[in-house]
Design a protein around this ligand. Sequence first.
Ligand SMILES: Nc1nc2c(ncn2[C@@H]2O[C@H](COP(=O)(O)OP(=O)(O)OP(=O)(O)O)[C@@H](O)[C@H]2O)c(=O)[nH]1
Ligand SMILES: [Mg+2]
Length: 425
Amino acid sequence: MYYIAGLFKKCFLYKKSLFLEITEIIMLVGIVGKPSCGKSTFLNALTMVNAKVGDYPFTTVDPNRGTAYVRSPCVCKDLGVVDNPKNSLCKDGIRYLPVQFLDVAGLVPGASEGRGLGNKFLDELRQADVLLHVVDTSGSLDAEGNQVDKGSWNPLDDVKFLEEEIDAWIKAIVSRDYATMKKKASAEKIRFSFLLHEKLTGLAIKKHTIEASIREIGLIDDDANTWDDKLDDLITTIRRKSKPIIIVANKIDQPTSNKNFLRMKEELNEDIFPASALAEVFLRTEQENATISYSPGDSGFKILNQEKLGEKKVQLLERINTDLLQKYGSSGIQEILSHVVFNLFNMIVVFPVEDTTKFTDKSGNVLPDAYLVPQGTTAKEFAGKVHTDFAKNFIHGTLAPSGRRVGADYELQNNDIIKIVSAVK
Ligand SMILES: Nc1nc2c(ncn2[C@@H]2O[C@H](COP(=O)(O)OP(=O)(O)OP(=O)(O)O)[C@@H](O)[C@H]2O)c(=O)[nH]1
Ligand SMILES: [Mg+2]
């Protein structure tokens, strides 16, 4: 299968997704890794945008954004209705819900001190809630993304360096004003976690994350003078909690990859997923060409038009089937997305409606919207997502189809259908 790469020497232009974008960003997933590890290909595989791909380092300079769609069984099937999705898509009883991705330039050792594209790269990741570290599992690129003998590089080194760089970046931000912050905390009797939060809000790091990290390390919040030798540990803990890293063992289709993948799985504590971004792009492209029937996440495909495909592509598909889909269960891409949304972030799907008997909005669209919200979201918090005034003037919620009334503190359940009743018309 390693000759898949040959077929993709040139950049591909992909059709823009037909899916609609929603305005609210629920979570932003940053795609990171050294140059040429396959970040842009991964974004393309997820989103079918046309991020530029190349087999030379720093193909990407400016970040690419894309919307991927996570799958979840839709309530339309159980209710026996035909829906009219607006902010998402529904196909064969499966809802596809949007998640935002950001593909940035390659990260090289020393980036936090400005090497490569340095801090520009890191600054683009400020708002990311989770980082997907795309690794060249075949071990055929050095730390700077230059090609070396196949299998001669140890991908475990990539994992270590990336974590160190991200930590060094956050540490540099804190260190700049650390001494002043300490003085201020003791002179004005301010909790240090408060000042640290102020310093790190630009990185979308929440106060409770900082407080939990301080507790975990065993530091005393109102005496930062005792912190100096624990600062590194504290920053690593904050980073782990606020920007968890998931490892994508990419290029798993290459002959040298399996051995490295097994080694990584054994030695790393982090979540690690085998993937072939290139194979997924190929499968999706052929699916769009109507030559095969394939849905992202499937463990197989059906050839629909052998003639149009031609002999070479048919052979390639056979190898994708035996060496990737049968061996690993899928191309890995959709699993990673599901893992991030449903396991890491514990998201649930909620359907707001106006009419609880017909499941429609004001205009009569059946189950128009499906929102991803964190588990534990209350009816009132959800009302605020639909419209800020709805939360302020919240009266109660009505669940469909039961008609059960729920109060502001009701914790929403996966696949709840809810009408928000508020004083706002
Ligand atoms: N065999 C194989 N090749 C891949 C895979 N994913 C990406 N590639 C190839 O790896 C090379 C680099 O891909 P890019 O997606 O441009 O890598 P990048 O990480 O975005 O690179 P920079 O933007 O330069 O940092 C291209 O030749 C891709 O075709 C994969 O899953 N398998
Ligand atoms: Mg790129």
